[in-house]
Design a protein around this ligand. Structure first.
Ligand SMILES: [Zn+2]
Length: 103
């Protein structure tokens, strides 16, 4: 990739970043996933420091539009609360009924 790469998005997990990257790739925009994980020695740093998605500066506007549209994708699947068994919608991170946080 040539010199002028810009970060257009950050992710907390690699599969999401890779999905976004391949989505851009399918549209002819070359993107690169960059991990701040200290050379793989501390993989858990991914979560706190983030995974960056970079594209060429000239593709930035198109890539941002593409990812914004992509946010309309189907919502996260529901999960079952481990404490009370309630089905909770995927976009909630805690049970609406008893307050237990999602694991
Ligand atoms: Zn619950």
């Amino acid at each position: 990739m040539s010199a002028e790469a810009v970060v257009i998005a950050t992710f907390t997990n690699l599969p999401e970043a890779e999905a976004a990257r391949s989505h851009l790739d399918s549209l002819g925009i070359s993107a690169e996933v960059k991990r701040d994980d200290v050379g793989g020695m501390h993989p858990h740093f991914d979560l706190s420091r983030g995974i960056k998605l970079l594209v060429n500066a000239e593709d930035e506007a198109t890539a941002r539009e593409t990812l914004a549209v992509r946010d309309d994708s189907p919502p996260a699947p529901a999960w079952a609360c481990p404490a009370c068994g309630e089905q909770v919608e995927g976009n909630f991170n805690a049970c609406w009924k008893c307050g237990r946080e999602r694991i």
